[in-house]
Design a protein around this ligand. Structure first.
Ligand code: CAP
Ligand code: MG
Length: 417
């Protein structure tokens, strides 16, 4: 049987994958055949147990353009609502095949019936803006640093300083969980106490995002604890927790009704290499389908590696309803699945706000750890400088001009620009 059918017109119920393929001493057509076979019903040789009705289920390579191939998969190959099963097909064995030197899953176009088997975000951009009463401007956040080592009270105190300075969101770092010197429950209680005090003082809504990343049942009970303590948000390391644990958290969160922040720690193990692995665009698809409300997408300009075109495509993929086809991504209609908030984080400071807003717009959450807690005048001043940079940018002032009358911003620009 052949998995190549360049005349095939995909059915609206087909799932479509865009792959970049580097064949290993065979033709691109032959390599494409291996990809389609191994990711659907086939293996390295013809099997006697194959049946005509099963052959029809085979994936179809319907377009080959240079190193890029499009493959259509029948809906019957997938279990609705089951991300681990879907990925074990289209993002499973194929990456290990000798038939290819490199293989990258660039994007997925999801059929309506599969999209309808997911709930998507509870809040998304609109819900988060409503919750924080911030209708238009970028949100700003900080990450408690040093990442590890502080005790609960020290952690809560730094959070308070950041909130009083004007920061909206304070989050745990991706590797802070329930540690000997900083216990999860005590940290949550101490920091939410400071949140309430900062809200009374500033009159603004403030957010604390405790990191609940842990074994699934433990993660669920930490989420419940946050809800009991009147927390509104949790953060989770989506890659290290795994898609199955994430779907369980999502289901339980339907009654906890917390905002779910997705940290992507570990994503670069498979997204960084532009020739091999899975793109951040695909991670964005999955996070949106499963129903996270916020997702790190990169900064273009900060300390983490990230190609501008892929970061912009990922932002479009998670924030828009109707997605047009681009050179390395597919069209999409996200139906009822709400847009999720893009998070820009990693090596950011107030001096980079104009660049971020110019390139990524206002629907972003700007998060800076070192860029706020490293301010020469301290945390509160660092927070003020970040808010001042956002205010200046939204009112079309240059930072240089605005810093003449805003001391904290002036110091930040001297320090980091
Ligand atoms: C940023 C950060 C975030 C990264 C994640 C860090 O701190 O807390 O985890 O931004 O990367 O630990 O590095 P700084 P990404 O603000 O001090 O750099 O957003 O690319 O997933
Ligand atoms: Mg971090």
């Amino acid at each position: 049987m052949s998995y190549i059918n360049l005349k095939y017109k995909p059915d609206k119920n087909d799932l479509i994958c865009l792959f970049r393929v580097e064949p290993n001493k065979i033709s691109i057509k032959k390599a494409a055949e291996h990809v389609a076979a191994e990711s659907s019903i086939g293996t390295w040789t013809h099997v006697k147990t194959m049946k005509p009705r099963i052959k029809k289920l085979g994936a179809k390579v319907f377009e080959i353009k240079g190193n890029y191939i499009k493959v259509a998969y029948s809906l019957d190959l997938f279990e609705p609502g089951n991300i681990p099963q879907i990925l074990s097909s289209i993002a499973g064995n194929i990456f290990g095949m000798k038939a290819v030197n490199n293989l990258r899953l660039e994007d997925i176009n999801w059929p309506d019936k599969l999209i309808k088997s997911f709930k998507g975000p509870l809040y998304g951009i609109k819900g988060v803006r409503k919750l924080l009463k911030i209708p238009k401007r970028p949100l700003c956040g900080t990450i408690i640093k040093p990442k590890l080592g502080l005790n609960e009270k020290e952690h809560a105190k730094i959070a308070y300083e950041a909130w009083i300075g004007g920061i909206d969101i304070v989050k745990d770092d991706e590797n802070l969980s329930d540690l000997r010197f900083n216990r999860f429950e005590k940290r949550v209680v101490e920091t939410l106490k400071m949140r309430d005090k900062a809200e009374r003082k500033t009159g603004e809504r403030k957010v604390y995002m405790p990191n609940i990343t842990a074994e699934t049942n433990e993660m669920l009970s930490r989420a419940e604890f946050v809800r009991e303590q009147n927390g509104r948000y949790v953060m989770v390391d989506i890659v290290t927790v795994g898609w199955s644990g994430l779907q369980t958290l999502k289901d339980v969160n339907d009654y906890l009704k917390l905002v779910l922040h997705a940290h992507r720690s570990g994503h670069a193990t498979f997204t960084r290499n532009k020739k091999h692995g899975v793109s951040m665009v695909v991670v964005g698809d999955i996070a949106r389908l499963i129903g996270l409300d916020q997702l790190h997408i990169g900064t273009i300009i900060g300390k983490m590696k990230g190609v501008k075109s892929e970061i912009l495509t990922t932002q479009e993929e998670i924030e828009k309803r109707i997605i047009k086809e681009h050179i390395h991504s597919l069209e999409e209609d996200w139906l009822h699945i709400k847009p999720i908030f893009a998070v820009c984080s990693g090596g950011l400071h107030p001096g980079l706000v104009p660049y971020l807003v110019k390139n990524l717009g206002n629907d972003i959450i700007i998060q800076a750890g070192g860029g706020i807690l490293g301010h020469r005048l301290g945390t509160r001043a660092g927070a003020r400088a970040m808010r001042q940079a956002i205010d200046a940018t939204l009112n079309n002032f240059s930072l240089k001009e605005y810093s003449k009358t805003h001391k904290e911003l002036k110091v930040a620009l001297q320090q980091w620009l």
